[in-house]
Design a protein around this ligand. Structure first.
Ligand SMILES: C[S@@+](CC[C@H](N)C(=O)[O-])C[C@H]1O[C@@H](n2cnc3c(N)ncnc32)[C@H](O)[C@@H]1O
Length: 354
């Protein structure tokens, strides 16, 4: 198994492939990528089995921006006879480690989703067959690798495995969230997902707690402010647009019809800075890093809008700017970034002063 296979949002395969190539090179592992546009996945092909084994142990889904899931995969198993799928897949299992879970998956595309019913049904006999071959535990074991049988279409499959802690715990790597009926915009789900992805659950009580102060730049109509308010925070909402009336009535929101690039906090009590302004990524990155460098906030969560073609490169440029500003100010920080399920042409970045 010489391949690393990752899922992504359809249309972002080039960005994912560029990222995989760059990440592999950082680990001194060389190979080539392959993908088809709008299929929702891309592959990195190593030249040797041992390279793929090393790479899957070193790359974590949390480090990758454009990947939703990562696993080591077989070559494509083509022209599968629909009457004999299980036998065909079982021919590949000799290369597999003993696994604690099976996920039969499909691409997150319109055509792919048509396979969801088939995948659900097929997982039952496949699971039984894998248990009989003693490559899958009888009960789910979270400490063991996860086996993935990925069907890009009904006649093609990739078989592979991902490693616990380095993979996404979610089926298809997708976090499904319920839209809160009283939220003023669907964007609210982006910040909700970002908090869940970037902030460990056991730290929500201290880092997302009631009473903290937050600034929301580009706040209107208030989807992100809604997330902060519903966690009991006090929000300074900055935007020239119109804020949702119900949010204003909570008494937890102060509204400032100002330019987010010029706004300065009046008191030194801001914990969170969040920003969803539609602006050049380099400009937003510089602004966020400057707030952190000046000690105007402890943590920042923001979107980099990426309407351009070379998205991976634009994100790297933004990271360089952040590093420049914060290194110059001698501020230590952590950085995480993800193309979240609820994002479109944008990635969400989290910075924290340490
Ligand atoms: C994508 S919307 C934000 C949506 C919001 N996060 C929500 O969940 O409802 C972008 C907002 O940024 C605001 N904006 C753009 N440039 C700005 C600037 N320089 N200063 C303040 N607001 C700005 C726009 O007015 C717009 O309301």
């Amino acid at each position: 198994m010489k391949n690393i296979l990752c899922y992504c949002r359809a249309g972002f395969e080039t960005d994912l492939a560029n990222e995989l190539q760059a990440q592999a090179a950082e680990h001194h592992i060389y190979g080539y990528t392959s993908f088809k546009k709008n299929t929702g996945y891309a592959l990195f092909h190593c030249y040797q089995d041992a390279d793929a084994e090393q790479l899957i142990q070193r790359l974590s889904i949390t480090q990758l921006i454009f990947a939703r899931q990562i696993f080591r995969a077989s070559d494509a198993i083509d022209d599968i006879d629909s009457s004999d799928r299980i036998a065909t897949l079982l021919e590949q299992v000799d290369d597999m480690p003993f696994c604690g879970e099976l996920r039969v998956e499909y691409p997150d595309t319109t055509e792919g989703r048509e396979l969801s019913k088939f995948c659900r049904k097929f997982s039952v006999p496949l699971r039984q067959a894998l248990r009989k071959r003693e490559v899958l535990s009888n009960k789910p074991l979270a400490s063991k690798p996860v086996m993935h049988a990925f069907f890009p279409d009904g006649r093609t499959a990739y078989l592979g495995y991902s490693l616990p802690k380095l993979n996404s715990a979610l089926p298809l790597g997708i976090m499904r969230l319920k839209f809160p009926a009283s939220a003023p915009s669907r964007s609210t789900l982006k910040l909700d997902e970002a908090f869940q992805v970037f902030i460990p659950k056991e730290e929500h009580e201290s880092r997302l707690s009631a009473g903290l102060h937050a600034v929301d730049l580009g706040a209107c109509p208030g989807g992100w402010t809604y997330q902060l308010v519903s966690r009991g925070m006090f929000v300074q909402a900055v935007d020239n647009g119109k804020m949702d009336d119900a949010l204003m009535e909570t008494g937890q929101v102060n509204y400032f019809p100002e330019d987010g690039f010029k706004f300065t906090p009046k008191k030194k009590n801001v914990y969170w800075l969040v920003c969803d302004m539609i602006e050049q990524p380099q400009r937003v990155a510089k602004l966020m890093a400057t707030w952190l460098a000046r000690g105007w906030c402890k943590e920042a969560m923001f979107n980099l809008k990426l309407p351009m073609k070379r998205r991976y490169e634009s994100v790297q440029e933004a990271f360089d700017i952040i590093a420049q500003v914060l290194n110059q100010a001698d501020v230590k920080y952590t950085r995480q970034a993800k193309h979240l399920y609820h994002n479109r042409e944008e990635v969400t970045v989290h910075l924290r002063r340490i």
